[in-house]
Design a protein. Structure first.
Length: 545
């Protein structure tokens, strides 16, 4: 999330946007722009292509879907003006707001949603989040479309008229409304998209807004970019900021100095910088929802296919040291693949009630680590191992990786862990391509259900970077999505817990910590919403005095 010094927007100005025909809205008089630090560059502004939290935040700055999150995390209408659901739960009919328009003056229509969803499902798009329509949303025919077995026009979504959208599902989905604020489900204006061609969503001129702000300055991998208030937004009176100025800063100390110099209104910190400001009234630690973990490439690296070696590595990691001595931002050590205090059943029971549930397979225990290591050396007929771990180029993640390297090498004699530092976009690409041995990565929940984490480890899921495959696991999750447990909530809950036990016992990942964001926010700024799910920050109700 972000970088360098930011230039404040004037209280009233306008940018003329040409390119694909977009016109920027004028900023509102009397307000102020918010100067926001992010730690990494935006990877994509295409709602059907983006995969990271930073990109999702910015896309949601200038785009609305059918639904949005309220401050308390519940779901409310955005572009949806009305909704009906059939008695069998299989057909949703959405009325789209009559006053919803794109920033080029064209109305937002049901066809825009049809086109956006078809893009997501179309295998030609290669959307990593296509499974949100099929596996998660259970949109009719989505799986077949994504597999290339049906054409995109057979996807279960159609425009009844200009402002009426009908969606058909394979099975009822209790949380369907909840996933509709996720960018994969955002609309795309087809005529604008086709006019932009391959340049779509690569610049301010090739993006179109229907949301609270309009992008006015942006280039791929930009270290700074700007948005201004969208005066054509249907809820413009709600938005008090004149705009948003983003800047990428990867170094925590530089971020703090820039904040003290008045260049930022809000920043993220970690490590020693947190110690410097933890008593400042402008300091706040906010749960971010992300689970950081290590992925071993099991299919392409024979040694990492050995369970005893993976168990040795996960037992050698002192997660408490990482959160207390490196991060210092309120993050907590994690020993499970689904974070605690995240998903609850109808009885109010936490899916991961504590961090000791899997202590028999995931904990810090040097003796057990050595025992598993010795077994692995015997089985593999090797006394030494050398692996490479890819790591984001942020200071925080490099510091975390340095501790991981030290702990593995000191606890497991003969094991060498080399670090390859890359920009996040490249690191993600390498993991997607399978061109890595070990990866340090994270996952933020897309919706408040354990399946947002557990679904990643199904065979051939795009986020199953280690290429793990387990038929029993796959079968359990299928029962929870389209099978016999899909509408039996108690059985579904039990089956998902059983699935988590399977993947934890097989050390598919090495959980590290649940991220918290150590945040500084200027005292004259209020109303920044923080969410642990899908969109981590929302600025629609932010006020800067």
């Amino acid at each position: 999330m972000k970088k360098i010094a930011v230039i404040a927007l004037a209280s009233a100005f306008a940018f003329g946007i040409t390119g694909c025909g977009k016109k920027a809205a004028e900023s509102a008089a009397g307000g102020k722009a918010l100067n926001v630090m992010i730690e990494v560059e935006v990877e994509s502004l295409d709602p059907q292509i983006a995969t990271d939290g930073t990109s999702f935040e910015v896309i949601a700055d200038f785009t609305d879907g059918l639904k949005q999150m309220k401050a308390d995390g519940s779901v409310t209408d955005a572009l949806c003006a009305g909704e009906t659901v059939s008695a069998d739960g299989l057909t949703y009919t959405f009325k789209i707001r009559s006053d919803a328009n794109w920033s080029n003056g064209e109305p937002v229509t049901a066809d825009d949603f049809v086109f956006g969803w078809q893009r997501a499902a179309d295998p030609k798009t290669a959307s990593e989040y296509a499974y949100m329509l099929s596996d998660i949303g259970q949109v009719k025919n989505a799986a077949a479309v994504e597999a290339g077995k049906m054409s995109v026009d057979q996807l279960g979504v159609k425009a009844i008229d200009a402002k009426t959208l009908e969606v058909q599902l394979e099975v009822p989905v209790s949380y369907f409304d909840q996933i509709l604020y996720f960018p994969t489900f955002y609309p795309v204006n087809k005529a604008f998209f086709e006019k932009c061609g391959d340049s779509y969503a690569t610049s301010a001129e090739t993006t179109l807004s229907n949301g609270a702000f309009v992008l006015t300055e942006y280039q791929p991998a930009a270290v700074s970019f700007k948005l201004v208030k969208n005066e054509k937004y249907y809820d413009a009176s709600r938005v008090k900021l004149t705009g948003l100025n983003y800047q990428v800063i990867k170094d925590s100390q530089q971020a703090l100095l820039s904040y003290k110099n008045g260049d930022f209104d809000t920043i993220l910190l970690a490590g020693d910088q947190v110690d410097q400001v933890k008593d400042d009234p402008e300091f706040k630690s906010v749960g971010a929802g992300y689970l950081w973990y290590i992925v071993p490439m099991m299919q392409k690296v024979p040694e990492l296919a050995n369970l005893n070696l993976r168990m040795a590595m996960t037992y050698a990691l002192d997660r408490e040291t990482i959160v207390k001595n490196v991060l210092k931002d309120g993050s907590i050590a994690s020993f499970a693949s689904v974070p605690n205090e995240f998903a609850y059943n109808a009885k109010g029971e936490d899916f991961t009630p504590n961090q000791t549930e899997f202590s028999d397979v995931c904990a810090f225990d040097k003796a057990k680590a050595l025992d598993y290591y010795n077994k692995a050396k015997t089985e593999l007929k090797k006394n030494s191992f050398t692996f490479e771990m890819i790591v984001d180029d942020t200071t925080i993640q490099q510091n975390v990786a340095a501790v991981i390297k030290e702990e593995l090498e000191s606890t497991l004699p003969g094991l060498t862990l080399n670090l390859r530092v890359e920009p996040k976009k490249q690191r993600v690409q390498d993991m997607q391509d399978g061109t890595f041995q070990i990866g340090l990565t994270r996952w933020g929940p897309d919706y408040a259900d354990p399946m947002t984490y557990l679904g990643m480890w199904v065979t051939d899921n795009a986020n199953n970077y280690g290429l793990w495959s387990n038929k029993e696991y796959d079968a359990l999750l299928e029962k929870c999505t389209t099978g016999e447990f899909s509408q039996k909530l108690d059985e579904r809950w039990s089956a998902m817990k059983q699935a988590q036990r399977i993947m934890m016992e097989d050390a598919v990942i090495f959980p590290l910590y649940q991220q918290a964001n150590a945040t500084l926010i200027k005292s004259n700024v209020t109303g920044i919403e923080f969410h642990p799910v899908a969109l981590n920050r929302v600025f629609k109700d932010t006020i800067k005095q």
